[in-house]
Write a protein that binds this ligand. Structure first.
Ligand SMILES: Nc1nc2c(ncn2[C@@H]2O[C@H](COP(=O)(O)OP(=O)(O)OP(=O)(O)O)[C@@H](O)[C@H]2O)c(=O)[nH]1
Length: 460
């Protein structure tokens, strides 16, 4: 079965992704001339954006890691790590944002430590995607062996946590010695034109290129991942065009980053929904197959056994009678010998259809095996069951299925009936044996007749 990462994109998803990419490009181009215009200063948006991103990316990481657990595909595990890393770094950014835990940031770090965390997040994230794509290119079907699954899962979940902690620890200790990339006034000039900004954009260009090159967008999830990477590029460009914090560019760029995360999360949730639908329909298909007889489409013997036990239990509770009808085609061996096995199959199908058509909707009609059928007639006393069985016997004769090539006699059926009344204390097997014994007597009495389990009642 296809998982969310191997399903081909639909026309609708291609169209949607194309339209979103076009709209985002138009929006970014429209904002560019006004990007550096100053907007009202709302510092609280720092931690708000970072929190939204951390939550969103955590959910994405969780969903992708679940996929890894199901498929054991290493690329998927690595992608889960990429999103996990981004989520954790964003969470650390929230913690270090001035005004959240302390005036100057978490553990007394300066605000430019937060900037370096932002940079390491935005460079590490796409590089992990590139790594996943390279792995996909080199070994498309690489999976983790089952016995190592838990270890690999631990690695993909805790690996990003260890890297994040190590990086943050390094930044807290050494961060103040790193160059100041955003000036205390909030200007992005050093960052945008000093090479680091270019490197950040290039990291996302590399991620986007690797996705396009390796997957050629043949799988729907990778299409959305490519779109997400594209919005990261727009995010950085609009951000740098803003030239400083709290400009129009700065604010709108945040929405591009959140859009990237929302697009990927939306795509994943959609894939989960599609997978659920596929699972449901294959479950229903498998269930139908398991309860139906392949040749006739009637219920299978196994389903019949369960239905009979249920009917017996219901009869004991409510005291309403039900009848069991057992049917066998007469001289079917002759029919097979004269017409061939395939014609025999067709004959079995016709009689099965005839039997089903003579019964009511709530009746359970099953193929008992070979040329034998069985039916449960709920809420049916012996007289009614006899009438139904007789009607069916006549209907089979009316089909006029010639038993041999010389037209000497038509196919007929014999039937045995057992009616379970309130005083009966038999097991389902004993009830079946009663119906079978009645059928046996019908055969012995010359066939083409209906016998009940009470020897005195015969219809022919
Ligand atoms: N074509 C076809 N034949 C089947 C199928 N299942 C069982 N049979 C045949 O049904 C025939 C049953 O033969 P018997 O058990 O001797 O019974 P009969 O010839 O119907 O004779 P009576 O039941 O005594 O009237 C055998 O030849 C089986 O091979 C099936 O699925 N398709």
């Amino acid at each position: 079965m296809q998982d969310g990462f191997t399903a081909a994109p639909t026309r609708l998803s291609r169209l949607t992704a194309g339209s979103v990419a076009t709209l985002m490009t138009i929006a970014a181009a429209a904002i560019f001339p006004y990007a550096s215009a100053q907007a009202p200063k709302v510092p609280v948006l720092f931690p708000v954006f970072a929190t939204a991103l951390a939550v969103n990316n955590s959910i994405i990481a969780y969903l992708i890691t679940l996929q890894f657990y199901l498929t054991r595909r290493t690329t998927v595990g690595l992608l889960g790590s990429a999103f996990g890393y981004s989520a954790l770094m964003a969470a650390m950014q929230v913690a270090t944002s001035p005004g959240v835990f302390s005036e100057v940031g978490y553990l007394g770090s300066r605000s430019h430590v937060g900037v370096w965390m932002w940079i390491t997040r935005l460079c590490g994230f796409p590089l992990l995607i590139v790594l996943a794509m390279l792995l996909l290119k080199l070994s498309p079907n690489h999976t983790v062996p089952k016995r190592h699954l838990n270890w690999a899962l631990g690695g993909f979940v805790f690996g990003p946590a260890v890297v994040t902690l190590a990086l943050d620890r390094f930044l807290f200790i050494e961060g103040t010695r790193l160059p100041l990339l955003i000036s205390p006034s909030g200007s992005y000039a050093t960052l945008a034109y000093g090479g680091v900004g270019f490197m950040m954009v290039m990291a996302w260009v590399a991620a986007l290129t690797s996705i396009l090159w390796v997957t050629r967008l043949r799988h729907s999830f990778y299409g959305w991942l490519a779109l997400g990477s594209y919005s990261y590029i727009l995010y950085l460009l609009v951000n740098f065009a803003g030239a400083a914090r709290f400009t129009v560019g700065w604010y709108t760029s945040r929405f591009f980053e959140l859009s990237a995360a929302a697009i990927i999360l939306g795509a994943l949730l959609y894939e989960v929904l599609k997978m659920q639908q596929r699972l449901r329909s294959s479950y229903l298909h498998a269930y139908e197959e398991s309860i139906r007889d392949g040749l006739t489409g009637l219920f299978s013997r196994r389903y019949f056994d369960t239905a009979l036990s249920r009917e017996v239990a219901s009869q004991r509770r409510h005291g309403r009678p039900f009848s069991l009808l057992m049917v066998d085609i007469d001289f079917f061996k002759q029919y097979n010998d004269r017409h061939g096995h395939l014609a025999g199959d067709r004959c079995i199908r016709k009689i099965a259809r005839c039997l089903a058509s003579q019964l009511r909707e709530g009746d359970v009609v099953a193929r008992f095996g070979g040329e034998e059928f069985v039916a449960i007639l709920p809420n049916t006393d012996e007289d009614t069951a006899l009438k139904i069985a007789e009607r069916f016997r006549c209907a089979v004769m009316a089909l006029q299925l010639a038993r041999d090539r010389n037209d000497k006699g038509n196919v007929t059926v014999s039937a045995g009936l057992y009616t379970c009344r309130s005083e009966a204390a038999m097991t389902p097997e004993q009830m079946l044996a009663q119906a079978d014994a009645a059928l046996y007597r019908a055969k012995h009495a010359g066939r083409n007749r209906v016998f009940t389990s009470r020897a005195d009642m015969v219809v022919a």
